[in-house]
Design a protein around this ligand. Structure first.
Ligand SMILES: [Zn+2]
Length: 260
């Protein structure tokens, strides 16, 4: 038994003699008069702090939503969504998918979605990323993941958006050396990265070196970027921090999603 010191020993002796075993599972602490007030106060404070915490989370979500609304476009986009796998209504991905698509549509103008473009969705996929026409959602996918992945889809269906992303990346990273993602993460955040050693980036002063990630095809040309996906994810998740920390990229994304 843990040493409680002289005071503890005296207390224990006192309660043991009354048949109370403080410290044992199920011990009736409230039967100990010296503790009753304390426990009552503790329970009340705990309930109060739970309530405040819930309020805080709710307010934070409301605030984020209100800020995002400032960024909504005048003419939200619409397009067909084709489900390549069945998502059960109990699957958390179902809500993430529906809400994520809705948020994307509010953040991206109709005029930059080529007519006939359809979003194909299926379950699975390696990690979070899903380059290409079909968006794959792993079990951990959340609303922000959906918005991010739809950024890749947008770059895929609209070549002009892709060209703009490349030009932006070229301008920002001109003359920068290519480094591994792991090295960039260590330099920027002073922590270990868990990327594949083949994943490379030009980190610039981006909020996240992942934005400068290099996707170079066999022809030596970039076939994708993380610029639009990361930008849209920030617009969705942290618009104020995004605008403050990288106003240049914020303005770029703001204009691109409006076809400007
Ligand atoms: Zn991505």
């Amino acid at each position: 038994m843990r040493a409680l010191g002289k005071h503890g020993d005296a207390l224990r002796k006192k309660y043991f003699s009354q048949g109370i075993r403080p410290g044992e599972a199920g011990a009736n602490w409230k039967a100990i008069p010296e503790y009753a007030d304390y426990i009552k106060r503790h329970d009340e404070q705990y309930a109060q702090s739970r309530k405040l915490l819930e309020q805080r989370v709710k307010l934070k979500l409301e605030q984020r939503r209100a800020l995002r609304e400032l960024l909504y476009v005048d003419n939200p986009s619409t397009f067909d969504v084709v489900h390549k796998s069945k998502f059960a209504s109990s699957d958390p991905r179902t809500a993430a998918l529906n809400n994520g698509i809705e948020e994307f549509q509010r953040l991206v103008s109709a005029n930059i979605i080529p007519p006939g473009s359809a979003l194909q969705v299926r379950k699975g996929g390696r990690g979070r990323s899903s380059m290409g026409q079909v968006m794959s959602l792993t079990t951990t996918a959340r609303e922000r993941t959906v918005v991010h992945e739809m950024g890749h889809w947008l770059e895929d269906v609209n070549g002009v958006v892709h060209e703009k992303a490349i030009a932006f990346l070229d301008r920002r990273t001109e003359g920068d050396p290519v480094v591994t993602m792991n090295r960039a993460v260590r330099d920027k955040f002073d922590r270990k990265g868990y990327y594949d050693g083949r994943e490379k980036t030009k980190p610039d002063e981006f909020r996240d070196p992942y934005i400068g990630k290099q996707y170079i095809g066999r022809d030596g040309q970039p076939y994708a970027t993380e610029v639009i996906s990361m930008g849209l994810e920030y617009m969705y998740q942290a618009p104020v921090a995004f605008a403050q920390e990288d106003p240049d990229m914020f303005d770029f994304i703001y204009r691109v999603v409006r076809g400007q």
